[in-house]
Design a protein around this ligand. Sequence first.
Ligand code: CA
Length: 370
Amino acid sequence: MTIKRRQFLTKAAAAGTGAVAAGTFAKPAIAQERMEWKMVTSWPKGLPGLATGAERLAQRIGDLSGGRLTVKVYAAGELVPALQVLDAVSSSTAEMGHDASYYHIGKVPAAGFYTAVPFGMTAQELNGWVYFGGGQELWDELYAPFGVKAFLAGNTGVQMGGWFRKEVKSPADLKGLKFRMPGQGGQVLTRLGVTVVTLPGGEIFQNLQSGAIDATEWVGPYNDLSLGFYKVAKFYYWPGFHEPGSGLQCTINKAKWDSLSPDLQRIVAAACSAENDLMLAEFNGRSGPALATLVREHGVQLRQFPKSVLQAYGQASGELMQELYDNGDEITKKICASYFKFRKDALAWTRISDQAYANARLLEFKYPEG
Ligand code: CA
């Protein structure tokens, strides 16, 4: 900006102040462009990974826009309850939200695909579908009736199967368990005789401690360590069939989105894309050390789900997805068709790329360990 331009704007702003006081002239455009938005979230204040990711996203929007659009973040319950973020954005209570789309499958069944579905796609595969496989366009269509625009804005990577007080040795051991699991993963567990509970992150520990629930899933070592589940349940199961790479969404009230200048829209989209990368890097980067802490310092017992349990989860997951497809309304069917086709092709590629490499790396040979 040139000095002359700055001087002009200063004068214009001063004139604008007078105009507002006089109540006759409109404010100059530059003043209108300084906005503060509210971002409501589902996360307990300061929760590492998720809340800090939402904070980082908000900060980046402010930084990249040179302060033209600043975003104030609200923790779960500060402005609206944890699970009402989408409603708040839809109704314009807040301009923005950061949460998981699968909290809303009761109202929007296909929303789950944008977080994770049982035995669905990994983080990399989800990104491929949303950015390059038609997923974003379908998402826009899905949320249009709610007046909401959404972007991927974070990912937890593959999650753990959950914290259990007792070992799970066969599908029969699942029957009667009171297990906190949201989304379609919870619907799969229901089919296996589990009593499923949905609780926001900030309420899980006390419920597990009091025995109100027998088991819970949350995310993975990094996040779970900070919530302290190891203090009340010792068996930590893997892998998390239900959330193979959970995307988090930044939602924006569509009328507010449309009111942004094209450059601010690009800034918001770019900030979301950056957070989508960074959060995944953070979860992956911090989970290895956190896992070591859980096992070595807190005596956590790692357990792999037996093949029979994974098989039962898989069978029930496939049936659930088929029913969603068969019984869905028009948009649900469109998203199912797109997602399942993409998953099929992605599975074939991942099998001979990431999966084959990860398996090869486990063969016995010497390699430096730092
Ligand atoms: Ca989870």
